[in-house]
Design a protein around this ligand. Structure first.
Ligand code: ADP
Ligand code: MG
Length: 461
């Protein structure tokens, strides 16, 4: 059984973080049981911590017996291995109030909990409360997207219509579009905002078709002031949905209502997307979001840990920045695992806890200067002989500086060693090269990405 750990904020915070174990376990469970089972049986579960046990709340008795029979052992093992101690896990039916502590018979009824601020509610779909502009860390990889999103929420439908936001998984697209929704509603409480995934758009459409309620469907979507649709790459190949969406799009666009779309790819790269939709998508403002730079990764980690009243040491922060993965989602996952681990082990987030939480990312492999040289020479198409030569042309001096930088930061070789392995130069030359690349990296997103690519490739060999 897990012991509730009293934190500075009282046990409530402690429970909340224990429950974070559950979200931490989700990726592993997904991988283990496959997408279908995961979506059907795991996603609908809510996890609560009650009396030192993790209670998995499910919607029905049937669900309860199915999950218990088929998945409980896996769930139990996954949670226990994350916690570093055996966990007590029970599957309960939510409707029966099993998970909710009941007041003693003569105790006064608990006050209903009132949120500090009235939650802003979307007309269609649901806004995630924590995904706001304030909680979004801005830097060179996402500032264009951020500023566009702000402009859109200040004057919906006026400029940038549609706004098409694209970029890789876990980089903040869903966060930003929720922020747009919040901000539109903050400025005009009566605005009608729809924010939903393309999948729910399709499901709503299918339900309407089945029930012969297409008029109601059209009316519902065409009277909003802003339609925010997440992950439109999902519509690829879904002809009927694309067709209906096309008409919705046109109706809203003509009425100068704001449309915001996200996708993991640019419109031109979504295969199975009708040409007419593609050209509509491309007709507005396209903003791309890139993986965060090193500095942003550090800032994000600091912000997320402070939000949980945890201050990370520089050493731990550096570990996460270096090895926590490239997307914000991966970083957050690693951090949450560390926080949960620290809690169940009753320690702070020590280097050891961080390494355990980083799991496979943290495998420390030694990288040699020679490996760095090989990889850099390959990538830039210069020979190793040139790399270690004293030639000063930019085609060789730039790759050389990059290779020196990586020899220092990834291979962790000393300045004199690097100097020697690069044709016996003075070690101050190496120091200068490392400094130069460091400065460029901080300023230039392209350089940062190039280096992140090398770092990933060197560590994953
Ligand atoms: P996407 O939709 O692009 O796959 P999400 O918006 O779901 O990514 O982001 C993944 C997680 O990372 C979310 O928890 C989100 O809050 C967080 N996140 C992403 N970018 C940032 C950022 N710049 N600042 C703070 N949190 C971020
Ligand atoms: Mg998303």
């Amino acid at each position: 059984m897990l012991e509730p750990v009293e934190t500075a904020n009282g046990s409530h915070e402690g429970w909340a973080r224990m429950e974070a174990l559950w979200s931490t376990a989700l990726p592993a469970l997904r991988q283990h049981m496959g997408e279908r089972n995961f979506a059907a049986w795991i996603e609908p579960i809510t996890c609560r911590m009650v009396d030192g046990e993790l209670r998995l709340e499910v919607p029905s008795r049937f669900f309860q017996s199915w999950v218990t029979r088929h998945f409980l052992p896996t769930i139990h093992d996954t949670l226990s291995s994350l916690a570093g101690a055996p966990c007590t896990v029970r599957v309960v039916v939510a409707a029966e109030g099993n998970g909710v502590p009941r007041p003693a018979p003569d105790a006064p009824a608990p006050e209903p909990t009132v949120p500090a601020r009235p939650a802003r509610v979307a007309n269609i779909g649901r806004l995630i409360p924590s995904y706001t502009f304030e909680s979004f860390v801005v830097g060179p990889s996402n500032d264009v997207a951020f500023r566009t999103a702000q402009a859109v929420s200040e004057a919906p439908g006026v400029r940038y219509n549609p706004m098409f936001l694209h970029g890789g998984v876990g980089l903040g697209k869903t966060h930003l579009i929720n922020a747009i929704g919040h901000e539109i509603l903050r400025r005009r409480a009566r605005a009608r905002v729809a924010v939903l995934s393309s999948e729910s758009f399709m499901n709503t459409l299918i339900a309407a078709l089945r029930k012969d309620q297409m008029n109601a469907f059209r009316e519902k979507f065409r009277q909003v002031d802003a339609l925010i649709l997440d992950d439109v790459q999902f519509l690829a190949g879904k002809e009927r949905t694309q067709e209906e969406f096309f008409h919705t799009f046109n109706a809203l666009h003509e009425a100068q209502k704001q449309i915001v779309l996200t996708s993991d790819k640019a419109p031109a790269d979504i295969r199975g997307l009708e040409q007419r939709l593609r050209s509509r998508f491309e007709g507005g403002l396209m903003a791309e979001i890139h993986p965060p730079t090193r500095e942003m990764r550090a800032a994000i980690l600091r912000a997320k840990s402070r939000a949980q009243q945890v201050e990370l040491s520089d050493q731990v922060l550096e570990l996460f920045v270096q090895r926590g993965g490239n997307s914000v989602r991966e970083l957050e996952g690693a951090l949450n695992r560390a926080l949960a681990l620290a809690l169940v082990r009753g320690t702070g987030v020590t280097t050891e806890v961080a390494l355990a939480a980083l799991g496979p990312y943290a495998r420390v492999r030694s990288v040699s200067v020679e490996t760095v040289q090989e990889m850099v020479s390959d990538r830039f198409g210069v020979t190793i002989a040139d790399l270690v030569s004293h030639r000063r042309e930019r085609e060789v001096s730039y790759p050389r500086q990059i290779a020196m930088y990586l020899s220092r930061t990834v291979a962790e070789a000393s300045f004199p060693t690097i100097a020697e392995k690069f044709g016996g130069r003075d070690h101050t030359t190496v120091m200068y090269a490392v400094k130069t690349i460091e400065t460029r990296r901080a300023r230039d997103l392209g350089v940062d990405q190039l280096l992140s690519g090398f770092e990933g490739a060197l560590r994953d060999r």
